[in-house]
Design a protein around this ligand. Structure first.
Ligand SMILES: C[S@@+](CC[C@H](N)C(=O)[O-])C[C@H]1O[C@@H](n2cnc3c(N)ncnc32)[C@H](O)[C@@H]1O
Length: 218
């Protein structure tokens, strides 16, 4: 797992793509640390929730090959502008990951869309479109996506998920990190959990983590 790293709140603002307002707390320093630790030059990094392309941009800058899936065209355009043709970007739904990507992949590094517990007025896995989703179904769908990711990994390849526990507007905390460990571990054994340190913790999160899983060798 990665050496201790103090993430900087200023990087969230500095790295925010022009024209966007989202606070993505998945910074380049975090991606660099994981990719440097888990892969060698020339290896393939997959991000099934490519977002604005931080994983992919850092991977190609570090001499890795990179492929990303992103649901929303407006996010894909920003990711494409960052990577050019050095990364493969596919518009699609990560719930169908195994139809979209061929393995073997050396590292899956991602940060999924977040949800709070209970009924969900918006579906996080449909770009937060209005829907009749609920938290358990969201977890089941994430487990299926990471099961598909596991089947793309080479033996010994790792899945690393950045996720925080989410504080709802009523102050309740959804333990998304431990819930994800619980639903992904049956598909891919968990190696460990890194607690991320921030100089100023991002608002809305109660703890920020890297969850490490690995495909067994042999
Ligand atoms: C937290 S961001 C990911 C940040 C990303 N790891 C990066 O390097 O910038 C989550 C992204 O997942 C996308 N998304 C949500 N549901 C999806 C789905 N079903 N398939 C693919 N992408 C999805 C969202 O549009 C959003 O861009």
């Amino acid at each position: 797992m990665t050496p201790p790293l103090v993430l900087r709140a200023a990087d969230i603002v500095a790295e925010r793509p022009d024209g966007t307002t989202d606070d993505i707390h998945f910074t380049e320093a975090l991606a660099e640390s994981v990719i440097g630790h888990a892969t060698r030059p020339g290896e393939l990094v997959l991000d099934p929730f490519a977002g604005y392309g931080t994983t992919l941009a850092v991977a190609v800058r570090m001499g890795r090959r990179a492929i990303g899936i992103e649901l929303l065209e407006e996010h894909l355009e920003i990711a494409r502008a960052r990577t050019g043709d050095r990364a493969t970007l596919i518009q699609g739904d990560a719930r169908h990951l195994s139809r979209l990507v061929d393995g073997p992949v050396d590292l899956v590094l991602t940060s999924p869309p977040y949800a709070t517990g209970g009924d969900l007025a918006e579906d996080p896995l449909a770009g937060y479109a209005a829907g009749d989703g609920d938290y358990d179904r969201y977890l089941e769908e994430l487990a299926s996506i990471f099961d598909q990711a596991a089947s793309l990994l080479r033996p010994g390849g790792q899945l690393v998920i950045n996720v925080g526990n989410v504080i709802a507007s009523d102050g309740s905390v959804t333990p998304l990190a431990s819930d994800l460990v619980r639903v992904v571990d049956p598909h891919l054994p968990v190696l460990g959990v890194t607690t991320l340190r921030w100089d100023e913790p991002p608002p809305g999160l109660d703890g920020d983590y890297l969850l490490w899983f690995a495909r067994p060798v042999g």
